[in-house]
Design a protein around this ligand. Structure first.
Ligand code: ADP
Length: 308
């Protein structure tokens, strides 16, 4: 608003009724230019914020309807199996055997539901930002064999060999032990799930130029090139026979990427269809200065929290 009657009252009234700024006459061209530019910038930011808000609400709606669908499908299946079981003639041997099979299918569907809810909760925790608080010096060298050990039985079922190729010395990174385990857990599970019978999973570790690299390599189905750009998106699954046969939520890689980026690292994938895939996690190696910076960051964060 430009006025020759500049008083405090008119200024307050102008702003109250929606004017962005108030310029009393006489004024210099530069003053007008400055205010107009500020106004344009403010308008641009307001439009961007509105667009962001619309995108967020669309994403939320899509997410909720997708999750509801993902939850409803196994529940409907379990309901149908139980309904049939209820009316089954338990005296008949053939029916009894069929009943057992349906019960097993119910358990599989319930397992899928539990996995989905588990992944969903982990994603919520990661997105909730609880991650960065727990930064400590972690040696990945003993962590990797520890995780591999927990998968020995699953691997045996498919006659898969698990092997670790780790250096003699430690592989120190600066992060949260539990979340790092989530990442390698996801990658190793996938390397087993999408492997062939009698295949191999090799987890190797190395350190060079301030970076620790952990690579999880399998001899499985591989990932088509056209799918690779979408691998780390929420709920993405390759639509082929192996994915149809293999239970999964499509959240593991998305969660892993979020965790790794939060720790200042990256994940990359190399793959050849029919021969296997290698997922490499690059993390900044721990060193004295990282610790000093981390402590400072934590201290600053806590001070901010104290200040509210
Ligand atoms: P899921 O629970 O489906 O395994 P992920 O997010 O871990 O979810 O993986 C997303 C998709 O990427 C999988 O559904 C699968 O199609 C593909 N994928 C992941 N890891 C591998 C791998 N090691 N070999 C082949 N395909 C893989």
């Amino acid at each position: 608003m430009i006025t020759g009657y500049a008083t405090i009252d008119t200024a307050v009234e102008a702003v109250r009724t929606g004017a962005y700024d108030f310029l009393p006459k006489p004024f210099l061209p530069e003053e007008l230019r400055l205010i107009v530019n500020r106004g344009l910038e403010r308008h641009r930011l307001a439009v961007e914020a509105k667009q962001h808000e619309i995108e967020q609400s669309m994403l939320k709606r899509r997410f909720v309807s997708f999750i509801s669908h993902q939850l409803r499908t196994p529940l409907v299946a379990v309901h149908q199996y139980l309904d049939v079981l209820k009316h089954l003639d338990q005296q008949d041997d053939v029916h009894r055997a069929k009943g057992q099979e349906w019960l097993d299918r119910c358990l599989i569907r319930i397992d899928e539901l539990q996995n989905l809810i588990g992944d969903w909760l982990t994603l919520a925790q990661v997105e909730g930002g609880t991650l960065s608080k727990e930064r400590i010096k972690v040696d990945l060298n003993p962590v990797i064999p520890g995780i591999l050990k927990t998968y020995e039985e699953t691997a045996l079922e498919k006659n898969i060999t698990l092997q670790a190729q780790l250096p003699d010395g430690p592989l120190f990174v600066w992060g949260d032990r539990n979340y790092l385990s989530v990442v390698f857990d996801n990658l190793i599970t996938n390397a087993i799930k999408y492997n062939r019978r009698g295949g191999t999973v090799t987890v190797s570790g190395s350190q060079s130029r301030g970076e620790v690299v952990i690579a999880v390599a399998d001899t499985g189905v591989g990932i088509p090139e056209k799918c690779r750009p979408f691998l780390f998106e929420e709920f993405f699954r390759v639509k082929d026979d192996s994915a149809k046969k293999t239970p999964g939520t499509g959240l593991g890689l998305h969660i892993s990427k979020k965790i790794v980026s939060e720790m200042g690292g990256t994940i990359e994938v190399q793959s050849e269809v029919g021969f296997g895939s290698t997922f490499s996690v690059h993390l900044p190696a721990w060193c004295e200065t990282t610790e000093a910076n981390g402590e400072q960051t934590n201290a600053r964060r806590e001070a901010n929290i104290d200040r509210g």
